[in-house]
Design a protein around this ligand. Structure first.
Ligand code: NAD
Length: 488
């Protein structure tokens, strides 16, 4: 076991003056009801819980806790809207609403970015430049499909499924809501969406946007709450389809509970992505790609490149450059526009990261930790790289879902492929090489839903995303994303 905390005095990073975004832009209400049938209503138990800012542990707003009775109300509203309005609209009419929602997201993008960063802990730079624009782009993209379903390759006049129950995680709250809602609505379904309990606020601002867009009542219902609300949605007999993004553990449970029903199911689950680096890869771009692959969004990314597989001949140089770059990452106030790595989303997630990294040390890996000074309050974890990792280490096998990279080495392309595939997951991988034929050879043999070449964490609404094996099944994004919401 070795711990090599990096000395900021020797490696040093440039100092920047603070450039904080204004928190007041969030315009949060003190408390929110459940969004059912086009309006905010009290939960049947009148129970609320606090949504915290993970960077300060302060309460941002109180939100309502939905139970089975609320799920029942929301599903009834979605069913009525489906039968009486939404299933009768033309594709062009549905597109009109989707375009409106997209435009309103852009109009309120600064507010949404601030709310997302306050609620999630991610750097404002990422909410502003990635989460919110991509969420709007999803609505724009699927607005374009709404009146072209007959020509989408799913046969003549494909029909919607009905009421979709959609359950999402906390790592990309608004973006995950957009991934779920946009294709479902374009295809003619109505929705009951359940955001994660630690990040409900942008979904509630989205509810306001749906009102502004004059989306017919009941077409989208948004229920805040925990796994109890999620389970009630999964079990509800009035739901025709469940779309779930979250942990493999809960995904497995949902698959069991829907097995004996007629419900359609798609699962987007965890991952342990391999970023494979060959000795001819352009080193500067590749180092940035590795950093982006694991430290983007504090590593709370299902497709994160959390296992770096580096060719032995360049391993020492890559590791040296990598730990130097890690030391330069600016960790701290997520609202500061200079921040690279923000707060960990919750105390529970921080505890999990600590547990797994402690294992990494006890199992004999060499640990490099940034010497950044962490704030006193809030949930923080310094960016960390583990070298000398072997395939049997827990940090090479389990999803840490934090800013922690495990570095392994290989000699031949065959060994790289074997190690990359040595996981129960199958969500994403990256390949870095100047040689196109080698990249293709490797990509064809990797068992993962998404493979990036000489880049990482690239997302586009037109590009399908999803996994295989324990990373789930079904695709979101692109033409493929429509299939999950159509009876084809
Ligand atoms: P989680 O599974 O704990 O929770 C996800 C959602 O499910 C939350 O809304 C939660 O309230 C709800 N839920 C919890 N128990 C439930 C139950 N019994 N029935 C129904 N719903 C229930 O996951 P998380 O911790 O919020 O998110 C992190 C996980 O999500 C990671 O494993 C990550 O890899 C995965 N993820 C996957 C993708 C992807 O596209 N593959 C994207 C983002 C996150």
């Amino acid at each position: 076991m070795t711990d090599k905390s990096l000395e900021s005095s020797t490696l040093g990073s440039l100092q920047y003056d603070p450039a904080p975004e204004l928190a007041a832009i969030a315009r949060l209400r003190p408390s929110y009801g459940l969004f059912i049938d086009g309006r905010f209503t009290d939960p049947s138990t009148h129970e609320q819980f606090a949504s915290l800012n993970p960077a300060t542990e302060e309460t941002l707003a109180m939100v309502s806790s939905a139970n089975a009775a609320d799920v029942d109300r929301a599903v009834a509203a979605a069913r009525k809207a489906y039968d009486t309005v939404w299933s009768k609209t033309t594709g062009a009419e549905r597109a009109k609403y989707l375009f409106r929602i997209a435009r309103l997201i852009l109009e309120r993008s600064r507010e949404l970015a601030v709310v997302e960063t306050l609620d999630n802990g991610k750097p404002i730079r990422e909410s502003r430049d990635i989460d919110i624009p991509l969420a709007a782009a999803h609505f724009f993209y699927y607005a374009g499909w709404a009146d072209k379903l007959d020509h989408a390759g799913f046969g003549v006049s494909p029909q919607p499924i009905g009421v979709a129950g959609q359950i999402i995680p906390w790592n990309f709250p608004l973006l995950m809501a957009a991934w779920k809602l946009a294709p479902a609505l374009a295809a003619g379904n109505t929705c009951v969406l359940k955001p994660a309990e630690t990040t409900p606020l942008t979904a509630l601002v989205l509810a306001e946007i749906l009102q502004q867009a004059e989306l017919p009542d009941g077409v989208v219902n948004i229920l805040t709450g925990d796994g109890v609300a999620g389970a009630a949605l999964v079990d509800h007999p009035g739901v025709n389809k469940i779309a779930f993004t979250g942990s493999t553990e809960v995904g497995r449970l949902i698959q069991q509970r829907t097995a004996a029903s007629n419900k359609r199911l798609t699962l987007e689950l965890g991952g342990k992505g391999a970023n494979i680096v060959f000795d001819d890869a352009p080193i500067d771009e590749m180092i940035e790609g590795i950093i982006d692959g694991i430290f983007f969004n504090q590593g709370h990314v299902c497709c994160a490149g959390s296992r770096l597989l580096v060719q032995e001949s360049v391993a020492d140089e890559v590791l040296r450059r990598l730990v130097r770059r890690v030391e330069q990452l600016r960790v701290g106030d997520p609202m500061d526009k200079n921040t690279d790595v923000g707060a960990i989303n919750s105390a529970a997630q921080l505890a999990r990261i600590k547990e797994l990294t402690d294992y990494g040390m006890s199992e004999g890996a060499t640990r490099y930790t940034s010497s950044c000074v962490l704030p006193d309050k809030g949930y923080w974890f310094a960016p960390t790289v583990f070298a000398d990792v072997t395939q049997s280490h827990r940090i090479a096998r389990e999803e840490i879902f934090g800013p922690v990279l495990s570095v392994l080495t290989f000699r031949t392309p065959e060994e790289a492929v074997a190690k990359a595939n040595n996981t129960n997951y199958g969500l994403a991988c990256g390949v870095w090489s100047e040689k196109g034929s080698r990249t293709l050879w490797v990509a064809q043999r990797l068992r993962a839903g998404v493979i990036w070449a000489n880049t990482y964490n690239r997302f586009d609404p037109s590009s399908p995303f999803g996994g295989m094996r324990e990373s789930g099944f079904g695709r979101e994004g692109g033409r493929h994303g429509l299939e999950a919401y159509l009876n084809v």
